[in-house]
Ligand binder design. Structure first.
Ligand SMILES: Cc1cc2nc3c(=O)[nH]c(=O)nc-3n(C[C@H](O)[C@H](O)[C@H](O)COP(=O)(O)O)c2cc1C
Length: 362
């Protein structure tokens, strides 16, 4: 058990970003003082994330957020993969879902971590056009050095013609996703377009954080349901909806590509930890980030995307817009208690959630 810092590491982890805001991470405090980090299968995205790249990146962001949260209570946590044993398994968690352990160690907390931790609660995704302000070269340099120190590379594009090319590719990739029934179904499951939805302030992507209001919200409510989207893509109108993505990407000050040495689980988790630090650095510089993952998810756009960055051989982990924006709403988070698994409580929670999701689908 971590003395004194129990809230700070968990509160840090709770603020982490995740694809579709699924918040897949779960934690269990073990008798020996370690914290087992695992994920919930029902919060994975098998259709849009079949390789689990986004899942492991998201777990990485939560691990780094926990480390930085603990730092604010002057506790140093390290993350490793073992040793593990069967008693470590929280109820209803398969061995495969434990990705590693956070462990308190005797070491000084760094000033750099304390500074980054200040942005845990303010960093957010902004899916809006960038203001016409260049990203300071010193910020980009700092982010690139940070990535390199942590085993990744960060490539940055600021040239207009390159950004226009990526914008077109983003439209193509988004249209492909709209035309894929399984991906569309999955997105619909995590979209929260009705403020009366009980999950509106818990998880997923709600209208405010997606910057949808008035006409655009009405269009999304009409068009995004899987049945309507199937019809729209049948007649080719899904390309029109994807134009919005092209427009947003076109209005970017910069686009950044983060690489990973491989798609092995621990490498992607490490890239996720780095990604979180980069996004916090951006927040400290008064900038926001906005991933455009479709570009590297789609088989038809990943190679041309890497070519625009001039990094043909690289293994992409994440691609995101970086710039200054107007203030936008931040996504909601699950309550802290739901993130911690205890042997007996875990199964009760699962039963409760199963009942809730049956009610919803019924
Ligand atoms: C690995 C990863 C992939 C993501 N991909 C996308 C994306 O393709 N498009 C998008 O709009 N947001 C994407 N996001 C942003 C999440 O939706 C966002 O982090 C989440 O909703 C929480 O909101 P916040 O970042 O404002 O705290 C991604 C986030 C992560 C961590």
């Amino acid at each position: 058990m971590i003395q004194g810092g129990a809230i700070s590491w968990l509160e840090g982890a709770r603020q982490a970003p995740s694809a579709h805001n699924t918040q897949p991470w779960r934690f269990r405090e073990l008798e020996d003082g370690r914290i087992a980090v695992s994920w919930q299968p029902e919060r994975a995205l098998p259709a849009s994330d079949p390789t689990r790249r986004d899942l492991y990146l998201s777990l990485g962001t939560a691990i780094e957020s926990a480390v930085l949260g603990a730092a604010t209570a002057h506790i140093t946590l390290t993350f490793g993969t073992g040793p593990s044993n069967v008693e470590d398994l929280p109820a209803n968690v398969e061995h495969e879902q434990i990705v590693g352990y956070l462990q308190p160690v005797q070491a000084e907390v760094s000033e750099e971590d304390l500074l980054l931790a200040r942005s845990l609660h303010t960093r957010h995704t902004a899916r809006v056009p960038h203001l016409p302000q260049p990203v300071p070269a010193s910020t980009l340099k700092g982010m690139q050095e940070e990535a390199q120190q942590r085993g990744s590379m960060l490539y940055v594009l600021t040239e207009r013609h390159a950004i226009r090319k990526l914008a077109k590719l983003a439209r193509q990739a988004t249209a492909e996703q709209f035309a894929d029934p399984a991906i569309q179904e999955e997105l619909w499951h995590w979209l929260r377009l009705d403020p009366h939805d009980p999950a509106y302030r818990r998880d997923g992507l709600n209208a405010e954080c997606m910057n949808l209001q008035g006409f655009s919200l009405a269009v999304a409510r009409f068009a995004m349901s899987p049945v309507r989207m199937r019809w729209l893509s049948h007649v080719g109108l899904h390309h029109l909806l994807a134009l919005e993505t092209e427009w947003t990407v076109r209005h970017s000050t910069s686009l950044c590509l983060l690489t990973t040495p491989s798609l092995a689980r621990q490498d992607v988790i490490q890239a996720g930890r780095t990604l979180l630090r980069l996004w916090l650095m951006a927040d400290q510089a008064g900038l926001t980030t906005h991933p455009v993952s479709a570009l590297i998810d789609s088989q038809s756009t990943v190679v041309p995307t890497l070519a625009v960055f001039g990094t043909q051989g690289a293994m992409p982990a994440a691609i995101f817009r970086l710039g200054a924006t107007q203030p936008v709403a931040r996504s909601h988070r699950l309550p802290r208690e739901e993130l911690v698994l205890e042997a007996s409580r875990a199964s009760e929670q699962e039963i409760g959630r199963d009942a809730q999701s049956k009610e919803k689908s019924g």
